[in-house]
Design a protein around this ligand. Sequence first.
Ligand code: AMP
Length: 214
Amino acid sequence: MKIVMLGAPGAGKGTQAKKIAAKYGVPHISTGDILRSNVKEETPLGLKAKAYMDGGELVPDSLVLDLVIDRLAKDDAKTGYVLDGFPRTIPQAEALTEGLSKTGDKIEFAIDVNVPDENIVERMSGRRYCAKCGATPHVKYAPTKVEGVCDVCGGELTIRDDDKPETVLKRLKVYHDQTQPLIDFYEKQGVMHTVDGTKDIEEVFSDISNILEK
Ligand code: AMP
């Protein structure tokens, strides 16, 4: 099961990707998470990526492609995966298609978690982040038992720099300019599906499960 998640930042595609990974037993591969851990550990990749990420810009394709190629080559990704946050540009999607075609593979499902811009800004302001385990609870839609404390690992919750309102607007513009064209790209491959991301988390997941199990 090879799946690509599309959708604006804050649409909930990360949450859905984690649920897909748990239910169908495929790894959840988030380029955002991999980049953030590189930033935290101050690796050469992290040092190059940080300024783009903090400014709400995309990290250059050349940096992201290498990390995805390495990750997809690991054993656990042999039979499938759910890609979250990749591809984000047409050149990335083309590189992925080309890389997969070498082994006769292709993406089987592209799922757009669709949420209008006006809802996104409101949602992002309530999103929290656990730097220890990567959990992303929400003060209104997915509250933790104790405010400010991660339910998963007990870590302290913060607001990601790129979830701040001015950066969110920038990220939305970047999404419309560079990532939304992928919907057309995957339509043409006959694998595009859209779900209504304004529904609650379990309803969205049930819609996605129906698509994957058809
Ligand atoms: P995310 O957690 O997916 O929202 O990603 C956070 C940030 O990481 C983005 O705003 C980009 O700066 C960077 N990033 C993540 N995935 C990619 C990608 N596929 N291409 C370029 N930049 C990316």
